[in-house]
Design a protein around this ligand. Structure first.
Ligand code: NAP
Length: 299
């Protein structure tokens, strides 16, 4: 069997070309889509995620404005920046790079975002609207996975999808989206987690396995059936003395062992990651379109 490799960079490029056209149209109507970025602290991984997102914005023609605060920034300083972005007409989407140095503040910061600019899709209003099947900003990673499947010709309609992981940013919203009665969903969904007894019993029955776990090699070849579709969300560092940085990035599945059995599989890196960034751009453009249709561009 020839395994289809779900290349997130290629699919992202396709979506980004479409976005560029939308952005040209928006610009001709006087709107430059804008993303406000808040980075607190100096965590190198967060810094590099923010740089990648800003670079992606620039490539498609989205304006981005970054505010950086020190890791000891107070609650008020952080919330002030969110309020500034909420009130800024040039900003259509807000990205608060998580995790914050003080994790206990995260929910309050998310709750303070204007739901109309919550392009990460984390605000309870967007999550609630999504769960009800109403229009909403969909969280970028789950939304990116749905696009990746659809654009690769892999339908979820009637499929048994096993989602491993139930986090608020990946597993849970993804399972909800997949179960919706619409063209990106309509799947029969099983959600697994650390409380699941005999994980392999479920993954073996799946047409599609989506691993959002955060542990290398959790899904092995014995745990899946021939012809399975695998989406690997995990990003894990494993030591590698031959790599320049002393480590390499791998997903949650044993890619090399599963590949010969799979109908399709997404690699790490280069699979879900680029799709996540692309959906942030997508949501920012959607927000700018909403702004235009509300007539506020003429103010
Ligand atoms: P998380 O909040 O740590 O959640 C991990 C989930 O996996 C939890 O629900 C946990 O179950 C479950 N789990 C852990 N070990 C398990 C096991 N042995 N069997 C079954 N379930 C298990 O992580 P996350 O934020 O969802 O992220 C997951 C991974 O995706 C991470 O590697 C992260 O870096 C990556 N990620 C990648 C992208 C991207 O764009 N590529 C975006 C987001 C996240 P419990 O709930 O029972 O603890």
């Amino acid at each position: 069997m020839t395994t289809q490799i779900l290349d997130g960079k290629i699919i992202s490029k396709e979506v980004r070309e479409e976005l560029k056209k939308d952005i040209i149209e928006l610009k001709s109507s006087g709107i430059i889509p804008g993303l406000g970025v808040l980075l607190v602290g100096d965590d190198p991984a967060s810094r590099s995620y923010v740089t990648a997102k800003e670079k992606a914005c620039e490539d498609v023609g989205i304006y981005s404005s970054e505010i950086r605060l020190p890791s000891n920034a107070s609650r008020d300083e952080i919330l002030d920046v969110v309020h500034q972005f909420n009130g800024n007409e040039k900003i259509h989407g807000i990205l608060v790079q998580l995790p914050l140095p003080d994790g206990t503040m995260e929910q309050e910061v998310i709750d303070t975002l204007s739901p109309e600019k919550d392009v990460d899709g984390f605000h309870p209003i967007n999550i609630g609207r999504m769960a009800l099947g109403l229009s909403a900003f969909l969280s970028c990673t789950p939304h990116g996975i749905l696009h990746m499947l659809k654009r690769s010709g892999l339908s979820t309609n009637g499929a048994h999808v096993v989602v491993v992981g139930r986090s608020h940013i990946v597993g849970r919203p993804l399972a909800t989206m997949l179960s919706q009665k619409n063209e990106l969903g309509n799947a029969t969904v099983t959600m697994c987690h650390t409380g699941t007894k005999n994980l392999a019993r479920f993954t073996r029955e799946a047409d599609i396995v989506i691993a959002a776990i955060g542990r290398a090699n959790t899904i092995t070849a014995e745990m899946v059936s021939d012809g399975v579709v695998i989406i690997d969300v995990g990003v894990n560092r494993v030591e590698d003395a031959t790599a320049k940085r002393g480590y390499r990035l791998v997903g949650d599945v044993d890619f090399e062992a599963i590949k010969p059995k799979a109908k399709a599989i997404s690699p790490v890196p280069g699979g879900v990651g680029p799709m996540t960034i692309t959906m942030l751009l997508y949501n920012t453009v959607e927000s700018a379109k909403n702004h235009l249709s509300s007539g506020r561009s003429l103010e």
